[in-house]
Design a protein around this ligand. Structure first.
Ligand code: ZN
Ligand code: ZN
Length: 288
């Protein structure tokens, strides 16, 4: 039996597998991209993913990082890579060293410190780019984007040999193209992410929304989380095809979260929005 009963959302050829309850645990893996956003308590089903993109050090997002690394080695896999805010790497190394003492075995790890604007290569054409969030010192979100080369319009229609000839002459026949696939905000208070075009145009946006009652607006600000009214404001300027809501709370029952979300968002935005932990609403056809 796997350790977690993960929520699953399929969007075209991508599976989002995750669990996200504020203060308890947040982790979302996308096996096809080989990335896991945050690591939660390291669900069994996500250990085979080779890259964890950690947004900040809060326990509900990071508790399982050492277990994740250890389980990969235990299962005969390569050492895991954890990309994390650069200011956390020292503490993470200390934790790994302490676990090494307790366990009696060194835990192989590839820890990569990242700052807003930095990129980390996942696959030959796939990169994770960090951007700043407002939650804890150094906290970041991540955009996973494909980098492709596209033939310039003036050369479309040329034959293979003609293209080879041009290349031999040193002609730049293509131009770089970035395709933002998925952006994950992690935990954050409201930031105008519309100013970051690669986040605003990602096919999929994974956004937190922790507070749903009007009187909780100040608590959202104090905890550096997003309130439903701020989420509605943010989504009004975003162009994502799919929006996934994470970091809901046990305090607000799911039917209430659904009702408030539907009331706060324009119908066309609500129609493309899915609450990760809303297992009922997700029974609908996957092509929405
Ligand atoms: Zn959290
Ligand atoms: Zn947090």
């Amino acid at each position: 039996m796997p350790s977690h009963n993960l929520a699953q959302i399929q969007i075209d050829d991508l599976d989002l597998l995750g669990y996200s309850i504020a203060g308890e645990e947040t982790v979302i893996g996308i096996p096809q991209l080989d990335v896991c956003f945050d690591v939660g308590k390291a669900p069994d089903q996500l250990i085979s993913i080779a890259h964890v993109l950690l947004t900040h050090g809060h326990m509900d997002h990071s508790a399982g990082f050492a277990y994740y690394l250890s389980q990969r080695i235990f299962s005969g896999m390569s050492p895991g890579t954890i990309v994390a805010p650069a200011n956390l790497i020292g503490a993470m190394r200390e934790i790994l060293a302490a676990w090494g003492h307790l366990d009696g075995n060194k835990i192989p790890a590839n820890l990569v410190g990242i700052r807003p604007g930095d990129e980390h290569q996942i696959k030959p054409n796939l990169f994770a780019r960090a951007f700043p969030t407002k939650h804890t010192p150094g906290s970041v979100g991540y955009c996973v984007l494909e980098k492709r080369k596209k033939l310039k319009p003036e050369y479309v229609g040329l034959t293979g040999p003609q293209i080879v000839t041009l290349k031999e002459q040193g002609v730049e026949i293509d131009y770089p193209l970035e395709v933002p696939v998925v952006s994950y905000l992690g935990d954050t208070q409201y930031v105008d992410f519309c100013q970051l075009p690669y986040v605003a145009t990602s096919k999929i946006l994974i956004a937190e929304c922790t507070f749903y009652e009007d009187e909780h607006a100040t608590r959202a600000e104090a905890g550096r989380h997003m309130h439903i009214n701020e989420l509605a404001n943010l989504l009004s300027c975003m162009q994502n095809e799919h929006v996934i809501i994470t970091h809901t709370t046990q305090r607000t029952p799911m039917p209430e979260v659904r009702r408030v979300l539907e009331g706060a968002l324009p119908p066309e935005i609500y129609a493309k929005t899915t609450i990760l932990m809303d297992r009922k609403r997700r029974q609908r056809p996957p092509d929405r």
